[in-house]
Structure formats: structure tokens, C-alpha cells
Write a protein that binds this ligand. Structure first.
Ligand SMILES: CC(=O)SCCNC(=O)CCNC(=O)[C@H](O)C(C)(C)COP(=O)(O)OP(=O)(O)OC[C@H]1O[C@@H](n2cnc3c(N)ncnc32)[C@H](O)[C@@H]1OP(=O)(O)O
Ligand SMILES: CC(C)C(=O)C(=O)O
Ligand SMILES: [Mg+2]
Length: 565
């Protein structure tokens, strides 16, 4: 049960007293070095860790995506992890420009096995860690600060000696004071300086100092302050690469990573789509594409993001959420009317070579290999913009604005009745039912027109219709075909508006015609029709409107009779 007063159980995380911080004014103008830990931190958090085959598949995907630093495992953890690293090395599967990373606790046997796993690779990083936060010192290790420093320095010394025995590999050393973000800054500095004093990095051969939010316990600005403080205070800073490794316990891993980069971090460790311990590691895809949408190429390629997702889901046996940034099934979809309206207007105004300016879409889905097919989907939350967008995209029907308003009511009725999404095909079927198939009581059969430019009624017309299946011949005249047709019908209606456009090209092109008629009761109503002949289409559209009006009258009549009864 939740406590009435949580302060009896939980304490707020203390802020860093860094009053002259500079990171808030920084802009990220180049990508950090990306390090994928999918095969290590991601793998150690799976219900079933990956088999060697899955790891190979994932590794190849990471290479294809453009990752240059890949943490391939914790070789001392299991035979699978050890064998996997050996296969990468012995089968020459690591491209020359890619560096593998192997993680180890600071314990002698584990370090020896780790170095043995990676030896022979062209470029490799041995990654040593030990936890340094007060809670770990007290609960897990029961050790003083000095003893904790000793774990790190002893391990570093051993790594140094072992690596010297394998000069065929270009080694780099990475040290992580695990749980950095919940550790006193002076102690983090003390232990990193002690490790660095043993390793002796130089500006030419730097050491990686990885500062994680092993468990995210504060707002990202506090983490950024911590990173800026470390960047300012560590000894021999120019010989260090500052790396960050955010987890997502508070849901702010992406912000933590971005602010940390603003604060001076040069390298980011994370996983694709945010897999990893508990709530996951920071999502490298989101970070990369956040940069991309600022006009900075991240150096990673997600041009076919769906196939990346497919492989990751298969290897991790975990689904990616439909709302996951940039990749979820629903992230480029608008159901709600005002969003659809804005997107539709955005697409209409977007110029091919101009800056991307489509409301509600921070990125062009096509850049990620996604189509515009699902950008607009219709349900009871939708408006006229969405349904008319789908009719236009999928059926080439460009409805005039007032018809959109009228038609959207018909769609809304169906959406409300069913409570379901209505597909593009479903919307078209409603349009057919509501307008194109309105052929009763009057159905068009044929017409014959003559023109006499010397007369006021320059167009004379004979029309053949079916009235409730019975043939009907009529004659009329007017100053244009529609005028003459309306005259022949002899009804109290007035043509208010008329739109037409072609559907398709060449010999198969058809004409779509929309007419708005003022009826004898003063109301207006649309009719619509499609025909290979533009004039015929307009006559059919008039009949569509007339038939709809008569049906509505009939319906009102039936309702009145029922009410009277
Ligand atoms: C934040 C992170 O993600 S860190 C990475 C975590 N990943 C993993 O643990 C996955 C792989 N790990 C494993 O398979 C196993 O833990 C192994 C094989 C490495 C080691 O297993 P075990 O020997 O059974 O030890 P275990 O993992 O339980 O470690 C506990 C012991 O190591 C000590 N220890 C833990 N971390 C470290 C470290 N980084 N450096 C030195 N000692 C450590 C603990 O104090 C404890 O010591 P104790 O037994 O004297 O109390
Ligand atoms: C071992 C380190 C890098 C880690 O995974 C963490 O602190 O979360
Ligand atoms: Mg981690």
C-alpha cells in the first residue's frame, strides 16, 4: 500500500551545488561515440539470454547499423558468452574499424578469463567495474572507501599486466565506477583518479571513464551537473574519454544522456530500443534519431527501422511498444480529427526540398523506411480531414470542403455505432453507399444534347431515365448542360456549387463530379458521381443529390407517420 507520507521511507536525492554550470547553454552539434551494450547489459536482462546464433545475428545487425563499439558480452559469466567472443575473434567476424568490449568484475579469475576471451581481436576494450556508492559499500561489500578503491586499483593493475602479454591486440581500458550517479562526487573522483594513476593514459592512448546511472535516482539535470563536475575535476582530463551509461528507472534515460553529452560526455552506452536491466538502458535509436531531427547525422543508419526492430525483437524475445519513439506501430498515426486536419494541410503545403514542416510529425516517416499509409486512421475521434485524406490518397477522390463536412457526419454515425476503426476501404464503401449508389428513384440511362448559340437557352437536352425501373423521357433547355438537365427534371432545385476532377490518367481516366443543390426546403445537399464522361458524371451527380433528398423526405415522412401512430 502506498504511504501517506513517503518521506518516512524515501529521501530526496541531493542536488549538486554547481552554480556556474555551463551545460544548459550547450547545443549538441555532433554525435557522441555510440557503444552498444545489447549483447551484454541487454543480454543479461533477458528472460532467456541469447544463444550464440542469436548473438551473431544481433552482432551483424549492429555492424550494419554502423556501430563501431560493441560490448559483446561478459565472457566469464558463461561458456556461451566466452565461446561467442572466441568465435568473433577466430572466425574473423569483426570488421577492422570495429572495437569489441568485454566486461568483467574486478576479480582475478574473472579478469584472466575475460582477457583470454578477447585476445587476438584487432581492437578490444577491457571493461572493468566495481560498485562505489554508499549503499553498495555498506550492504554488498561491507568495506571502507579505501578498500573499495583497492578493488579497482588491484584489478586495473592485473588487467595492465595481462594485456601486455597480448601485444597483437590494440587494447583500450575502460573503467566504470558502478552506481556513480548515487555516489559522493569526491569519492568518484578519488577512485577514478586512482585507477587512472595506475593505467597512465595519455592524450594519444586514452582511457575510457564510464559514469553510469546504474539506477536512475534523480532528475537528468542533476546527472548533467555530476558529469560537468567530473569533467572539470578529474586529473589528466585530456587523456580520458568521458562516457555515460544511463538506465531508465525514472523514465528519463534519454534526457539524462542528452544532458550529459551537453555537460561534456563524449561517448554513450545503450541498447537498441532501450532493452537492458529493469526499465532498460538508454535507447540508442531514440538518441540517434533525436539528433537527426536536429539536422545532425548520428552516424547510425535506421533507413529501414522496421527490419532493425524485427531482428531485435526476435533476438530479445521482447516486443517493442507500439508507442515507442520513431519505431512503434502507432507513432506516425493520427486518429484524432484536429491532428489529421493539420497533417493533411502539412502534406499539401510541404515542398520537396524545403525544411520538414508537417505538424505532429517530428520526422518524415519515409526517412525510416516507413510509408505514409498509416499516418491517418479513422475512428470516432476523427474529423473530415482524416476521411477525406484517405479518400484522396487511396481512391483519388478530392472532396470539396463542404462535401467533406457533410460526408464526415455519415462516417461519424458508423464510427459511433461500431466503436471501431474504419479502414480506408470502409470509408470508401460509405461514400459509395451515401453518394455513388444513389440511383433510386431516378437512374440515368442516356442523354442527347444539341447546342444553339443564337438562343438564350443555348443547350437543349433529351434525357432518358428510369424512375423506379420504369422508363422516363424528359426534355429541357438551359445555358449549359447541367442547367438544361435540371430544367428537364422539372424539380424545385437550384445548382449551388459544382466541382469536378479527373481520376487517373490516359485512356482509363475517369471524371469525378460533385454538385451541391439547394432544395425546395432551402437546405442544401450534395450529390456525387464518377463516369468516364465528364458531362454524364455531372448529370449522375445531380441525380445522386435528388435521390438523396427524396430518400430523406421519405424518411422524415415515415418518422412523422410513426410518431402520429
Ligand atoms: C550494473 C551491471 O550491470 S554489472 C554487470 C552485471 N552482470 C552480471 O552479473 C552478469 C554476469 N555475471 C555472472 O554470471 C556472475 O555474477 C559471475 C559468474 C560473473 C560471478 O558469479 P559468482 O562468483 O557467483 O559471484 P556473484 O556474481 O554472486 O558476485 C558476488 C561476489 O562478487 C563481489 N563482487 C560483485 N561485483 C564485483 C566487482 N565488480 N568487483 C569485485 N567483486 C565484485 C561481491 O561482493 C560478492 O562477493 P562475496 O561473494 O565475497 O560476497
Ligand atoms: C557495469 C556498468 C557499466 C553497468 O552496466 C551499470 O552501471 O549499469
Ligand atoms: Mg548497466
Amino acid at each position: 500500500m502506498m504511504l501517506q507520507n513517503p518521506s518516512t521511507k524515501y529521501a530526496a536525492f541531493p542536488p549538486v551545488r554547481l552554480t556556474d554550470r555551463t551545460w544548459p547553454d550547450q547545443i549538441i552539434s555532433k554525435p557522441p561515440v555510440w557503444m552498444s551494450t545489447d549483447l551484454r547489459d541487454g543480454n543479461q536482462a533477458l528472460i532467456e539470454p541469447m544463444s550464440i546464433e542469436k548473438k551473431l545475428k544481433f552482432f551483424d545487425l549492429l555492424i550494419k547499423t554502423g556501430l563501431k563499439e560493441i560490448e559483446v558480452g561478459f565472457p566469464s559469466a558463461s561458456q556461451t558468452d566466452f565461446d561467442f567472443v572466441r568465435r568473433l575473434v577466430e572466425e574473423d567476424r569483426i570488421p577492422d574499424d570495429v572495437t569489441i568490449i568485454v566486461l568483467t568484475q574486478s576479480r582475478e579469475e574473472l579478469i584472466r578469463r575475460t582477457v583470454a576471451a578477447a585476445a587476438g581481436a584487432k581492437h578490444a576494450i577491457v571493461h572493468l567495474y566495481n560498485s562505489v556508492a554508499p549503499v553498495f559499500r555498506k550492504v554488498v561489500f561491507n568495506m571502507s572507501r579505501e578498500e573499495i578503491v583497492n578493488i579497482a586499483t588491484t584489478g586495473t593493475q592485473l588487467v595492465k599486466e595481462l594485456l601486455a602479454q597480448h601485444p597483437e591486440t590494440d587494447w583500450t581500458f575502460e573503467y566504470t565506477p558502478e552506481s556513480f550517479s548515487t555516489t559522493e562526487l569526491d569519492f568518484s573522483k578519488q577512485i577514478v583518479d586512482a585507477v587512472s594513476a595506475i593505467w597512465q593514459p595519455t592524450p594519444q592512448k586514452k582511457m575510457i571513464v564510464n559514469l553510469p546511472t546504474t539506477v536512475e535516482c534523480s532528475t537528468p539535470n542533476v546527472y548533467a551537473d555530476q558529469i560537468e563536475w567530473m569533467c572539470r575535476n578529474l586529473q589528466n582530463r585530456e587523456s580520458l574519454i568521458i562516457s555515460v551509461h544511463p538506465h531508465n528507472d525514472r523514465g528519463t534515460a534519454v534526457a539524462s544522456a542528452e544532458m550529459a553529452v551537453m555537460a561534456g560526455a563524449e561517448r554513450v552506452e545503450g541498447c537498441l530500443f532501450g532493452n537492458g536491466e529493469r526499465t532498460g538502458n538508454v535507447d540508442l535509436v531514440t538518441l540517434a534519431l533525436n539528433l537527426y531531427t536536429q539536422g545532425v547525422h548520428p552516424g547510425l543508419d535506421f533507413s529501414d527501422i522496421d527490419s532493425v526492430r524485427k531482428i531485435v525483437e526476435e533476438c530479445n524475445q521482447l516486443p517493442v511498444h507500439p508507442r515507442h519513439p520513431y519505431v512503434g506501430d502507432l507513432v506516425f498515426t493520427a486518429f484524432s480529427g484536429s491532428h489529421q486536419d493539420a497533417i493533411k494541410k502539412g502534406f499539401a503545403k510541404q515542398q520537396p526540398d524545403a525544411l520538414w514542416e508537417i505538424p505532429y510529425l517530428p520526422i518524415d516517416p519515409q526517412d525510416l523506411g516507413r510509408s505514409y499509409d498509416a499516418v491517418i486512421r479513422v475512428n470516432s475521434q476523427s474529423g473530415k480531414g482524416g476521411m477525406s485524406y484517405l479518400l484522396e490518397q487511396d481512391y483519388g477522390l478530392v472532396l470539396p470542403r463542404r462535401l467533406q463536412i457533410e460526408f464526415s457526419r455519415a462516417v461519424q454515425v458508423v464510427a459511433d455505432e461500431t466503436g471501431l476503426e474504419i479502414t480506408s476501404q470502409g470509408i470508401h464503401e460509405i461514400f459509395e453507399r451515401e453518394y455513388l449508389e444513389q440511383t433510386s428513384p431516378y437512374a440515368y440511362v442516356s442523354h442527347r444534347m444539341t447546342e444553339d448559340t443564337t438562343s438564350d437557352e443555348s443547350v437543349q437536352i433529351d434525357i432518358a431515365l428510369l424512375q423506379r425501373q420504369a422508363p422516363l423521357s424528359l426534355h429541357g433547355g438551359g445555358n449549359g448542360p447541367i442547367d438544361a438537365f435540371v430544367d428537364a427534371l422539372g424539380l424545385d432545385i437550384k445548382l449551388m456549387d459544382y466541382h469536378e476532377h479527373a481520376i487517373g490518367h490516359g485512356a482509363n481516366a475517369k471524371a469525378a463530379c460533385y454538385v451541391e443543390l439547394r432544395l425546395d426546403n432551402g437546405a442544401t445537399l450534395f450529390g456525387a458521381a464518377i463516369d468516364s464522361n465528364i458531362v454524364t458524371a455531372s448529370f449522375k451527380a445531380v441525380l445522386s443529390a435528388v435521390n438523396r433528398q427524396l430518400k430523406q423526405k421519405e424518411a422524415v415522412g415515415v418518422a412523422a407517420t410513426n410518431a402520429a401512430a
